[in-house]
Design a protein around this ligand. Structure first.
Ligand code: TYD
Length: 215
């Protein structure tokens, strides 16, 4: 059982890399043994909560926080936990580090003091802990240029450069707090180079659990 999470600011290529990792791991483990999913909204019925969370009409930072947490509870209970229980490897595009980085550490109206509270809440709920968090690190300016080129600025993406720089720093803080379980790659490189780096990192981390071909 492997639970792998991809993280980073918008525009770092997480979705592309999640799909490529899914293909690669399906080749190693078998198609039925790999599941690629995402947050927010990666569960049946999750579209409505995704629209609400990303719609930009919320006035309360805590309201936003609890929406992402509620989305995660449903996602875990209906998608992630059943897959992990069957021994399926789950690759998830965003998970708890996103809420910690975007809602908690980068948002002054919640503040870093709530990080322990959120971690305690995750434990009380029984949210599974990722075996590995892959951090796709990229500067806010380059990430923004990519999003504009894709025509994909949602309300979060429109929050501006300073916010995304704060989120980027927040990810580094989170990584330093949990050494061992994180792989950080330079996501400003081209897609193939990033993929190769991710693969090497996962091979180092999981070794034979990735099947016969792994180091
Ligand atoms: P994402 O689905 O990665 O964007 P895309 O539209 O490119 O697929 O993420 C949507 C946004 O949601 C992103 O700006 C980050 C934000 N987000 C949070 O702020 N907190 C969270 O807990 C999660 C899961 C996402």
């Amino acid at each position: 059982m492997m639970f792998i999470v991809l993280e980073g600011i918008d525009g770092g290529g997480k979705t592309t890399q999640a799909a490529r990792l899914g293909e690669w791991m399906s080749g190693l483990l078998g198609r039925d043994m790999v599941l690629v999913t995402k947050e927010p909204g990666g569960w049946p019925g999750g579209d409505a909560i995704r629209r609400l969370a990303l719609g930009g009409n919320l006035s309360s930072a805590w309201g936003e926080f609890f929406l992402f947490m509620a989305d995660r509870c449903e996602h875990v209970s209906s998608v992630i936990a059943p897959a992990l229980q069957k021994g399926v490897c789950v690759i998830c595009d965003r998970y708890t580090p996103s809420t910690l980085a975007y809602q908690v550490l980068s948002n002054p109206s919640i503040g870093s003091g709530a990080a322990d509270y959120m971690t305690g809440m995750g434990e009380a709920i029984g949210l599974p802990r990722p075996d590995c968090v892959c951090l796709l690190d990229i500067g806010a300016d380059m990430a923004r240029r990519r999003l504009v080129a894709r025509g994909k600025l949602n309300s979060f993406d429109a929050r501006g450069r300073d916010y995304f720089e704060r989120v980027r720093v927040a990810y580094d803080v989170l990584m330093k707090r949990s050494p061992g379980g994180w792989i950080k790659v330079d996501a400003s490189k081209d897609e193939n180079a990033v993929f190769e780096e991710l693969k090497r990192g996962l091979e180092r981390m999981f070794g034979t659990r990735l099947g016969g071909n792994a180091a």
